[in-house]
Design a protein around this ligand. Structure first.
Ligand code: HEC
Length: 181
């Protein structure tokens, strides 16, 4: 009688090993999900590796998606965008001579000072960010709060922030409470 071949033995063991590893990983993930072992506190930052991965993903994601957006020739009406910036953005992103609201200091990631950081982004990227927001951060999507023209006006104003003095910023028309105080 012919002997049974066992050439598939190694392959079977390998497959069983993979399945067991996958099941163990799923079980570990479920334990984290169900036991509350993961700390969701806003004041508990990610490890530097995870933070780096989020920031790099965010930057590349915005850049890739903004590519298809056509920037209007004059971007927008910056003076019309000033009031909206002061009402909708300043409490998180500050402005020349104006700090972010105290409660906004409790966010991680902190909303960057756009007076400094606006120069790092192209107008189409700022438009995309304002319209769509950023997942898993406190950056809201404003797409539902106005038409594209209103958003382009804000973008035009944001692009002027890096070169603006505190006096110029205070002088531009603003409808927010901050402007009245
Ligand atoms: C409730 C707070 C909050 C408000 C209001 C807000 N943002 Fe943000 N924004 C954030 C946070 C937090 C980030 C950082 C997101 C990240 O790094 O993942 C951010 C990121 C950004 C960025 C990218 C900056 C950078 O260098 O990473 C731009 C541009 C921006 N916001 C523009 C605006 C504009 C314009 C408005 C108003 C229409 C606005 N934001 C309103 C919290 C806010």
């Amino acid at each position: 009688m012919e002997k049974k071949k066992h050439s598939s033995g190694w392959g079977t063991g390998f497959a069983v090993g993979i399945v067991a590893t996958v099941l163990a990983a799923i079980a570990a993930a479920m334990i984290v999900v169900y036991t509350g072992a993961y700390n969701v506190a806003a004041n508990d930052d990610h490890t530097s590796m995870v933070r780096w991965a989020f920031e790099t993903t965010m930057y590349n994601s915005v850049q890739a998606r903004a590519d298809d957006i056509e920037v209007p020739q004059d971007i927008g009406d910056a003076s019309a965008g000033a009031a909206d910036y002061k009402a909708m953005c300043q409490h998180c992103h500050a402005g020349p001579g104006v700090k972010r609201a105290a409660w906004a200091n409790g966010m991680l990631p902190l909303p960057p000072h756009l007076t400094k950081h606006a120069s790092e982004w192209e107008p189409d990227e700022i438009f995309w960010l304002v319209k769509n927001g950023v997942k898993m951060s406190a950056m809201p999507a404003f797409g539902a709060h106005g038409d594209d023209q209103k958003l382009w006006n804000i973008v035009a104003f944001v692009k002027q922030l890096p070169g603006m003095t505190a006096e110029e910023y205070a002088a531009v028309e603003g409808s927010s409470h901050a402007a009245k105080h």
